[in-house]
Design a protein around this ligand. Structure first.
Ligand SMILES: Cc1ncc(COP(=O)(O)O)c(C=O)c1O
Length: 489
């Protein structure tokens, strides 16, 4: 006979009955109402994004961070949630074309919700028996997409800085067999090489690894912000001559400010010649692996010993979702793995926490996989290609008017520009660049960011948003022209 269903009244004095979803179903309706209200809030916000400015709605909320003795009412909490959701930049607005920040796919929102609800901890098999098997499979798929070969694989991490750190630690250990003894007492100081415009997470990694930030030897970037390979050769030779011990070269596929791609094939051949680990920071440009028409821009990436890629940037995952991939996972096991003897080991699946810089880790794989399955590879390819096409059209049109200068050629969907002076002997000051940013925001609801680069401020346009189209591009060109004509009189 089925057990008789027990129905009880909710006791509001006991927090568990208000703050949790009762597993016996006693507060199902109440929980659904609260969750529905939260979903409505989110939907109204996202589906109504176009009616607000793409810039943050900076307001104050008195006592927002107050932590009360007695719990707040649901209405008060929802009021706070409604306030909170408006604080970041409005990434869903088609005029948000700023900083490497994309709106999330609907399935990555679902994934984030499921992830929070189930607390699938990717640390170990016994905590997440299914997904700890799935993630390595998906990582293997990504690694083969980058051409890393049959022994490749990797894992997800919370952010590109951690991913770069794990790649570099593995590179150092592989080169110096330093997993156990560290690098103390080495006669020659270890160094690695990266373009002068590579991301600052490399310096952080060097600092954490005990090498010091000075161990990141900057290589000249050319006028298109791509690594100068002749200078790389020169810097490696100089380093050897001066008694240092180079162990790695970092190539960047998609630089942080301008989105340029280092000459990967040439860098790979230099790394090989000097027997150096090749790490490719494809945190941004890794998305080109999904493209139909622009994948060749990543040619050479297949020679990398490790690759990092942020899916929360140009692959539209919820933040954060980053991956680190290795050509040879046996090397990762040997040079990085630290066993977790406190975890049960079934022998079937490796506890992923042993192979990752992180221990407990959220299951970003849920949203990633659901998004990939929802959009399909063709969907992703169309999305990536269309963003590059649109950026190229914008660039051509801006060039046609000859009113702005650019940081250099474009390799992805990012371009940085600033107003040109009408005179050949002077250039415009940074204040004019800031004025143009305000003009675009106020006159056309276009939100571009203002990165400093090579001593000057630039306007950065990153055409990521799937809803950005010719309308915003027309507006951008028109408003740049009207601004410049106004300035030049
Ligand atoms: C090229 C590059 N590498 C690494 C990072 C660091 O990524 P995260 O901010 O996720 O730590 C960034 C961030 O923008 C980046 O542009």
């Amino acid at each position: 006979m089925p057990a008789k269903k027990r129905h009880r009244r909710i006791n509001r004095a006991i927090p568990s009955e208000v703050a949790f979803i009762d597993p016996r179903g006693n507060n199902r309706d109440e929980a659904r109402e609260l969750l529905n209200q939260a979903v409505d809030l989110m939907l109204d916000h996202l589906a109504g994004a176009e009616r607000r400015s793409p810039a943050p709605d900076l307001q104050e909320f008195p006592d927002f961070a107050a932590i009360p003795d007695e719990g707040m009412h649901k209405e008060e909490l929802l009021k706070r949630a409604a306030f909170l959701i408006r604080q970041p930049r409005n990434l869903a607005h088609s005029g948000y074309i700023g900083n490497m920040e994309s709106m999330p796919t609907i399935m990555s929102i679902v994934g984030a919700m499921l992830m929070a609800a189930t607390k699938n901890n990717m640390l170990a098999e016994e905590m997440s028996p299914y997904l700890t098997r799935v993630e390595p499979e998906v990582m293997k798929w990504f690694a083969s997409r980058f051409g890393l070969g049959p022994q490749s694989g990797g894992g997800l991490l919370a952010g590109g800085s951690l991913a770069n750190l794990q790649a570099l630690v593995t590179a150092r250990n592989a080169k110096f067999h330093s997993k156990r003894e560290g690098i103390w007492g080495r006669q020659k100081p270890p160094v690695f090489f990266a373009s002068e415009v590579a991301h600052s997470s490399l310096q952080k990694a060097a600092m954490i690894m005990g090498l010091g930030t000075a161990s990141v030897t900057p290589v000249r970037a050319d006028e298109n912000s791509r690594m100068d390979v002749t200078d790389l050769q020169h810097k490696i030779q100089h380093s050897l001559d001066s008694g240092q011990e180079p162990f790695c070269v970092v190539a960047t596929a998609g630089t942080t400010v301008t989105g340029n791609i280092d000459p990967l094939l040439d860098i790979a051949s230099v790394a090989k010649q000097h027997d150096l680990w090749l790490h490719t920071d494809a945190i941004y440009g890794g998305a080109l692996a999904f493209s139909n028409r622009y994948t060749q821009r990543l040619s050479g990436i297949e020679a990398s010993d490790s690759v990092t890629f942020n899916l929360h940037k140009w692959a539209y995952s919820a933040t954060t979702c980053s991956m680190v991939l290795f050509k040879d996972t046996a090397l990762l096991d040997e040079q990085f793995r630290i066993p977790a003897p406190y975890m049960n080991d079934s022998g079937r699946t490796l506890n992923l926490g042993e192979l990752s810089l992180q221990g407990s880790r959220q299951a970003d794989i849920i949203g990633l996989l659901l998004s990939l399955q929802h959009l399909g590879l063709l969907g992703y390819a169309r999305l990536i290609d269309s963003r590059i096409d649109l950026a190229r059209q914008l660039r051509t049109r801006l060039e046609g008017h000859d009113l702005v200068e650019f940081t250099g050629e474009m390799d992805t969907n990012i371009m940085c520009f600033r107003p040109k002076s009408g005179s050949s002997v002077s250039e415009v000051g940074d204040s004019r660049v800031r004025d143009l940013q305000r003009h675009l925001l106020h006159e056309a609801d276009l939100c571009l960011t203002l990165p400093p680069y090579r001593g000057r401020i630039w306007l950065k346009a990153d055409i990521l948003n799937p809803f950005t189209d010719e309308t915003q591009m027309d507006q951008l060109v028109e408003k740049v022209c009207s601004f410049q004509q106004g300035c030049r009189g």
